[in-house]
Design a protein around this ligand. Structure first.
Ligand code: HEM
Ligand code: HEM
Length: 180
């Protein structure tokens, strides 16, 4: 942990934020669509892509958490009301928790029930886990509910970013951009 917070997000932090956001925003509708499809090669391909991108995003999230822990983040705008500082801190923690646990539950559940998990039909990445039907069901339920909670939180998060930029006209959104 740094002794004092950095003045800005690093390029790595910004890149990971936007890359992970893009993948997650695509993963949620793909997850919902694929589960509702008739069996067939299109459904299988979507499952394979969902799982492969999910495992990749999991690795990026671990990297992001390590960078966050080692480098910290810039302090929030000083003149924000206390309740907004509190809401920002809690929602960022919740976002970090869900982006770590949602893919982990999907990966663990798939490894238990439906191995092998492979990266794009080739590299095996099955976790060495075994569990009962009930455990698998609970993991997939967590995966589904967690993904919907994450989607709700992302909507609030995006609304807050736009509020800061267009209504409060402060630097919050700009400091997550590459050219501020
Ligand atoms: C951040 C990453 C991920 C997000 C946001 C996400 C999101 C979702 C969503 C929204 C669904 C549909 C739930 C439903 O309507 O039943 C789903 C289903 C599924 N996901 Fe993920 N997922 C992610 C990562 C993963 C990973 C890493 C794996 C496995 C390696 C995985 C495996 C699955 C499977 C097997 C299903 C179908 C479950 C079923 O048939 O009931 N997901 N995911
Ligand atoms: C799945 C989508 C997203 C996730 C999971 C996500 C997650 C996060 C997290 C965890 C932070 C806290 C960073 C830290 O303190 O280390 C953050 C910051 C931020 N995000 Fe996102 N984000 C997403 C999408 C977006 C989008 C689409 C926007 C813009 C419209 C956005 C704008 C911002 C801004 C401006 C910050 C900096 C806030 C500040 O420093 O006070 N995010 N995001």
């Amino acid at each position: 942990m740094p002794s004092s917070p950095p003045a800005t997000y690093s390029v790595v932090q910004k890149s990971l934020h936007w890359l992970i956001a893009l993948v997650i925003i695509l993963m949620i509708p793909v997850g919902v669509i694929m589960t509702g499809l008739e069996s067939g090669s299109f459904k299988n391909n979507l499952y394979e892509m969902h799982k492969s991108f999910g495992v990749i995003v999991m690795a990026l999230i671990i990297w992001r958490l390590i960078v966050r822990w080692r480098r910290g983040a810039p302090t929030l705008e000083a003149d924000l009301p206390d309740w907004q500082k509190w809401a920002a801190n809690i929602s960022h923690k919740m976002l970090y928790l869900l982006i770590a646990l949602v893919p982990l539950a999907g990966w663990a559940g798939t490894s238990m029930c439906c191995a092998p998990v492979k990266l794009f039909w080739s590299i095996p990445v099955t976790l060495p886990l075994s569990g009962s039907r009930e455990t698998v069901k609970a993991l997939f339920q967590f995966h589904e509910i967690g993904a919907f909670l994450l989607a709700g939180l992302v909507v609030v998060h995006i609304s807050a970013a736009l509020y800061h930029h267009f209504i409060r006209k402060d630097a919050t959104l700009r400091r997550m951009l590459f050219r501020s």
